[in-house]
Ligand binder design. Sequence first.
Ligand code: ADP
Ligand code: ZN
Length: 623
Amino acid sequence: MPGQAVPPPTDPPPAAADPRIAAILSRWWGFETLRPLQAEAIAAALDGQDSVVVMPTGGGKSLCYQLPPLVGETTDVVISPLVALMKDQVDSLEAIGYPAAALHSQLTPEERSSVRDRLAAGELRLLFTAPERLVNTGLLDLLARVGVKRFAIDEAHCISHWGHDFRPEYRQLAMLRDRFPAASIHAFTATATPRVRADIAQQLDLRSPRMLLGTFDRPNLCYRVVPRTDRITQTLTTLGRHRGEASIVYCISRKETEQLAARLAAEGILAKPYHAGLEPTVRRRTQEAFARETIDVVVATVAFGMGIDRSDVRLVLHTSLPKSLEAYQQETGRAGRDGLAAECVLLYSSADVFSWESLVRKSATESDLDSDEQEQLIAGQLEHLHAMRRYAQAARCRHAALSEYFGQAYGPEPCGECDVCLGETESLPDSTITAQKLISCVARVGERFGVRHICEVLRGAKSDGIQRHGHHKLSTFGLLAALDQRTTENLVHQLLDQGLLARSEGDRPVVMLNALSWEVLRGTRPVVLLEPRTGKTKTAQADIDDWKGVDRDLFERLRSWRRRVAEARGKPAWTILDDKALRGIARDKPTSPAALLRVKGIGEKRLADFGAAILDLVAGKPS
Ligand code: ADP
Ligand code: ZN
């Protein structure tokens, strides 16, 4: 409270050793152990020591602020940027009987005063609210009266303009330190860069915060980069590996999402488009349908994501290149949050790099920044883009490449969970000769034509353009007649990616030779081209392990039961029980309440609510 002296820190037992934690964890959540970083983050909270906790998406941040208030029966406050995020959290907490509520703009006056009453009566263990709400209402006084001692700032990178999602209203949180000098502040984020981390600590005026840094690798995700030859066919092939499972397909443009979703629907896939241009009601309906498992696939622009906590997303497919590895890590982070094996596929074409480059330049020059600032902005964005491109074109372990980008060493390789380590990427048998044919065709047409025309010449196509320029008379005409157009274009893009060909700027870029092209032509530089192919994949070890011993029929019966419960309650399905728990049941086939309680994810409340129904399903009785 303002003006009050800071009380000396109390001396609780070392939290990791606190036997109450294990009991709470098992009773409420049905989990056996904390993850290592969770134990440290919870210890910091219980010690009243400020902290910055950096964990990748799916790392288990929420438990770090959900558990501590149960230990000392306090009321803690969580700041969250989005109403959807708050609602999801409150829903899943209510499912385990945890007293939590949210104050946000979508409540009726009655609902709001009921939350305030429960808060004043000290009934709540957690109150979720938005930063602007916290500073603009009498809420602060109320929080002071109930003696709030702990604040958790979720998505704390929003406070930093170095982060990827700066929100000015987060800056107002700086007043928490003055207003609640005795309280501890705990910042949570999945953004790793040291600059953002330091900025968070400084902006919030944290007192020698414990810096708790998680590992960025997501071992349950299997990453693949596939040369894009045909967006629709490749999307169908990839989705074919995930029938009836939750998938997110990302596109760049709104139009693409609609066309692709319509196409998938025509193939009998339960898919809907999602982008910022749709009516809010349509968007909400799609979100809810996805949450309640009545649709499987959302075809979306990156507007879809924040606030979507469906934990059993088994596939995230990018049909175009994201503009940075930060964005890619965040978007793929939505896969496999339940810790079960999931797949992340990127359809890559370097044509996307060129589109992004011109977009970056265009939006910078159209901004009202001065020319120096424009140059800086462009340089910064191109740096991110080129890191993304290097990731996509490198034939190197994806887990290692991602971890290293985020400043962490990775080992050991091969990981067994990426296309490169699984040996799915194959090089073209006569790469160097093919490269020489491609490059010499670029030279023969006088370095004045784009990718498509060059490939048409190589394939011996009978187009008007070719006739008009007399290119059917070139020695390279028809040299690669055995390949199709898309494959040929893909190979030219691979050469561009590797810097073995150059390309002019502008709207109608032409392909040109550079010094390295000549080395290839002279035979002094060997070339490795990847075989563009679709859908030859092996099963990742994590996926095999996660299904071991699971009765798939029972799992599907449990899922449809869960879907009905979710519909009836109007709640997201994963808040009822997540896939990990369902697979645990379908593996252990418990026949008694005590055995059911041993399944991870089943605590006392869920046992009371669903125990009988689940045991009936396991026993094969109709539900
Ligand atoms: P984040 O907020 O960091 O993205 P969440 O808090 O949503 O991650 O947690 C991700 C998943 O991990 C959830 O399904 C959650 O139930 C599960 N989880 C968290 N902590 C544990 C634990 N100690 N044991 C087992 N599962 C856990
Ligand atoms: Zn690998």
